[in-house]
Design a protein around this ligand. Structure first.
Ligand code: FAD
Length: 406
């Protein structure tokens, strides 16, 4: 039986992924009435507004993976979007620097991945060329990545929100609308929010740090659990900011999907150093000692967490030690920039990654999007999902077209 609903599609989550998906659908289907429901009082309030602001070039990702494909395509589209809508960005290039012999195979692997993914302009360089590009940085070899850049992802998200609303009077981006449940019927679903209830035919869950919980509201047990990993940043003082010109990264530990503590010139000015990756006891906790019982219980009662701890306890303790000791953090940063001193660093912001963990303790590396009935669930959208968002939006649009018959 056909029922007139408030919306045809409700997207849960006003981060860059939800907004990009809604934007792509709104552009291709002007007649479809859609709403993005965001629980905070602004869009981009969590991962999208707490990240490094780096436009990734597609280097690190397994050739053939969704991350590789969407990062390459999304990056191109992001740059065009930024040019069209005058969003601050800059293609400043980056260096991945090996500081010891043991890191050379990892650097070579990244180069090969980058070449296989079609990243342009990659150059393996030695210490002399490294010093020309970044005089303050020391290493035995490096990879120069001229296509990497920096951008203001919050402005991208805000612009997507504006364009969604401009695409039709029936399209809405509603902040301060936390989705608390779904009341499902055969041909429609009532989406319960604190300010009121909306009926819709289809739902797309892009709730980031809460995506597994929103999936459970749909009555399914998701195959992964979101485990929050906080990343703390330090900032270089204005006097020390000249020690790094652009983006300087270490060779990442291949066992983890995190890129390692790096130096990032921010598009709004200043240089950030970070983020580390610390198991967090609060999903939306940006302070070092933040704790929430429900979040802690859900992480610690999950068998995958203990398998992860058992396998990587040494790495985890190292990250904790650096989170609480400025001296240890400095020692890590000095491997890349030896002239740094304690006085060059002051505390910066923090972000929390929504990292999907499988029950066997394996961190899910690739993006994970599942369609079930009238719902699509984005269950893992870690970095580089901000860079890749417009291409992820296309992918979600294709799934919606197929499953919802748009
Ligand atoms: C520290 C850090 C550094 C990173 N650096 C980079 C980088 O340099 N470059 C890059 O490309 N990527 C980077 N990333 C990754 C990137 O930021 C994320 O992959 C991307 O922002 C994910 O977007 P999202 O929309 O899925 O999630 P989010 O931005 O977290 O959005 C999800 C939204 O859903 C909302 N929500 C949750 N539950 C509900 C509910 N019940 N009802 C309504 N709304 C709800 C939340 O409030 C939130 O606004 C980084 C991430 C972190 C954490």
């Amino acid at each position: 039986m056909w029922t007139k609903t408030d919306f045809e599609i409700v997207v849960v989550g006003g981060g860059i992924v939800g907004l990009a998906a809604a934007y792509k659908i709104a552009r291709s289907h002007p007649g479809v009435r859609l709403a993005v429901l965001e629980k905070e009082d602004r869009v981009a309030g969590h991962q999208t507004g707490h990240n490094s602001g780096v436009i990734h070039s597609g280097l690190y990702y397994q050739p053939g993976s969704a991350k590789a494909a969407t990062c390459m395509a999304g990056r191109r589209e992001l740059l065009e979007f930024a040019r069209t809508h005058e969003i601050p960005h800059e293609i400043c290039g980056k260096l991945i620097v090996a500081t010891g012999e043991a890191e050379l195979p990892g650097l070579e692997k990244i180069l090969q991945n980058g070449l296989a993914n079609g990243v342009e302009g990659l150059e393996a360089i030695g210490p002399e060329r490294l010093r020309e590009i970044e005089p303050g940085v020391t290493g035995i070899a490096a990879l120069h990545v001229p296509s990497a850049g920096i951008i203001d992802f919050v402005k991208v998200a805000q612009k997507l929100g504006e364009l969604i609303e401009q695409s039709g009077a029936h399209n809405k981006v509603l902040v301060a609308h936390e989705v608390t449940g779904f009341d499902k019927h055969d041909f429609y679903t009532n989406v319960l929010t604190k300010p009121g209830t909306f009926s819709t035919r289809y739902v797309i869950n892009c709730a980031g740090l809460q995506c597994d919980r929103v999936a459970r509201m749909d009555g399914i047990e998701p195959p992964v659990r979101i485990i929050p990993f906080r990343g703390d940043y330090a900032e270089l003082t204005p006097a020390a900011a000249g020690k790094v010109r652009n983006l300087v990264y270490p060779v990442p530990n291949p066992a983890f999907p995190f890129l390692g503590v790096h130096f990032t010139r921010m598009i709004g000015g200043g240089v950030e150093c970070g983020p580390n990756a610390v198991f967090s006891l609060k999903r939306e906790g940006y302070g070092k000692t933040d704790f929430e019982l429900r979040d802690a219980w859900e992480s610690l009662s999950y068998p995958g967490t203990w398998l992860l701890f058992a396998r990587h306890w040494k790495y985890g303790l190292g990250e904790y030690a650096r989170a609480f000791s400025k001296k240890r953090l400095l020692a890590q940063l000095q491997r890349l920039v030896p002239s740094l001193v304690l006085e060059d660093l002051h505390p910066g912001p923090a972000g929390v990654r929504a990292q999907a963990l499988a029950p066997n303790g394996v961190l899910v590396d690739d993006f994970k999007i599942e369609a079930r009935g009238n719902f699509i669930h984005v269950l893992n959208a870690p970095s580089p999902a901000a860079t890749a968002a417009l291409a992820i939006g296309d992918h979600i649009h294709r799934i919606a077209a197929e499953h919802f018959g748009l």
